[in-house]
Design a protein around this ligand. Structure first.
Ligand code: ADP
Ligand code: ZN
Length: 213
């Protein structure tokens, strides 16, 4: 299964992509995670990306298109893949088509804007394995410690409220038109992501059940 995962920032793409990855045994790639790794390592790409990310804007298309091209041509992806957070603009989607990659579905997780802001302010990320928590809705057993790997949790720089609002605007303006793009190809599937994580997971698994695991 070759899957695109879409949704507003904080819609729960990362959480669902980990679950899908496990069930179908296919790799999940998050352009956001890759960019954050580049920022941490201080690579040239990371330095360039950071100012856009901190402002809640998209990193230029050619940067992310380059990352994805390398990744999709690697052996890991030959039995399928999940793209978490790519494409995020029409030019990125067109570039993906131009790579000759066949997409089976574009799954959009739908969450209202008010919910997003509330979720992001409580979000904590594991510095070891990247797992995502929420101080109220999905708290770790011990505060600020990852249940899965024991590493410490941190708050993402771009989860500050003012940045979240910019990210939401960017999403509505530049990314959301992709729903029409994939609907026109008959590939769009929307699921509700407003309630509990388990409910979203059930909806996602239901929507993907026609694909063989
Ligand atoms: P979220 O979906 O919660 O916003 P991500 O981790 O997917 O978080 O992305 C964080 C930031 O990384 C984005 O706000 C953007 O600046 C950058 N980014 C990630 N993926 C892309 C992409 N496909 N195109 C452009 N920028 C991206
Ligand atoms: Zn962890």
């Amino acid at each position: 299964m070759n899957l695109i995962l879409m949704g507003a920032p904080g819609a729960g793409k990362g959480t669902q992509s980990a679950k899908i990855s496990e069930k179908w045994n296919i790799p999940a790639v998050s352009t956001g995670d890759m960019l954050r790794a580049a920022v941490r390592e201080g690579t040239e790409m990371g330095v360039k990306a950071k100012s856009f990310m901190d402002a809640g804007q998209l990193v230029p298309d050619e940067v992310v298109i380059g990352i994805i091209k390398d990744y999709l041509s690697s052996d890991k992806c030959k039995n399928g893949f999940i793209l978490d957070g790519f494409p995020r603009s029409i030019p990125q989607a067109e570039a993906l088509d131009a790579m000759g990659v066949k997409i089976d579905a574009a799954l959009s997780i739908e969450v209202a804007d008010e919910k997003i802001v509330e979720r992001m302010s409580g979000r904590r990320i594991c510095s070891g394995c990247g797992a995502s928590y929420h101080v109220v809705y999905n708290a770790p057993k011990t505060a600020d410690v990852c249940d899965a790997c024991g590493a410490s949790l941190y708050t993402r720089d771009d989860d500050a409220e003012s940045t979240v609002l910019n990210r939401l605007n960017t999403y509505h303006e530049i990314t959301e038109p992709l729903k029409d793009y994939y609907a026109a190809k008959g590939l769009l599937v929307c699921v509700q992501g407003c309630e509990k994580v388990e409910d979203t997971t059930a909806a996602v698994m239901g929507a993907l059940s026609r694909f063989e695991a």
